[in-house]
Design a protein around this ligand. Sequence first.
Ligand code: OKP
Ligand code: ZN
Length: 362
Amino acid sequence: MLIIASELQRLHHGSELDGGVVIASWESPARAAYVTEALIASGRRITPADPPDLEELHLIHDRGYLEFLASAWDQWIAAGHQGPAAMGFAFPPRSAYRISSPHPEARSDEAQVPDTPRPDNIEGLLGYYSFAVDCSIGEHTWEAALGSVACAQTAATRLSRGERAAFALCRPPGHHATANQFGGYCYLNNAAAAAQRLLTHGMHRIAVIDVDYHHGNGTQDIFYHRDDVLMASIHCDPRQQFPYFSGYADEIGTGAGRGWNLNVPLPRGTTASRWMEGLDTILERVQAAQVDAVVVSLGLDTFAHDPISDFGLEREDFTQMGAILAGMECPTLFVLEGGYATEELGHNTVAVLDGFSGAAAS
Ligand code: OKP
Ligand code: ZN
């Protein structure tokens, strides 16, 4: 299987508010190192990513948001901060502004909802363009996020040229990044960029299957009104877990996108057999959609030994997951998302890819 990675990704290590204390994020550069090491030990070769296409990102992210991300660190320093990490702290109040809704066109009172005022300084803008304080911007965050999304775009290009499957070693992850907000360790939505690239290169319909423990609210937000990308996510019930405000079963899409969003929330503590049933539900919907390719948002934080999650999947379940996904017999692009049992992350990644390749070959 084709593996795409970028050295730039190692440059970023965010800060997060955790139990009332700001700590170095669970989402660390070491994650990429462990995945790289395990992939090489398994006999795979790594192909470097091509440069990112920033123009194409405008199809999935707001222009103002991208300009903000590109300049945030310089603005932070220019405002007199010494570092170490730029973070938002004040957010638009609930229901007051359009930015509060993941799908504003679905609101009946849209006419009365004013646009969110845009602050004129970096402290305010950080809150305007983010939705969680588990995520910060440092000196090299933008470069790393570009390196990460470049992996997804490059892998998608190769898939569109006939590759059966590819793995994009993306970090920072992407599935929480909405069209205009960062959060949940995510800045640019790598899976959405991959889906968009496949469409740009002539495919007509793509499915994103998000198997991360957390709901992919950003990918949902980006494609909520579209019928060219089916977004299907299996995750911990948002009533109980981050991102809390989306991922519910009644979120099915809006406008042309109605019926093109599927959420399968599962309770905390879900074990492998129940999880596999949920995956079946998703695969049935994907099969019916007759898509040209599948992008898998591959979060491995469903692992039983993940330090911040509580599902019960073991290594052999990841192998089975890979085999089941291969059974769809569709071009497949794996995009790395979460997974915080860092030393195990590489082995878990290899388990999925081995399961996939073993089944795809037979
Ligand atoms: C990103 B991905 C509090 C934890 C907040 C939320 C989890 C972000 C997960 N310090 N972080 O979906 O794996
Ligand atoms: Zn996650």
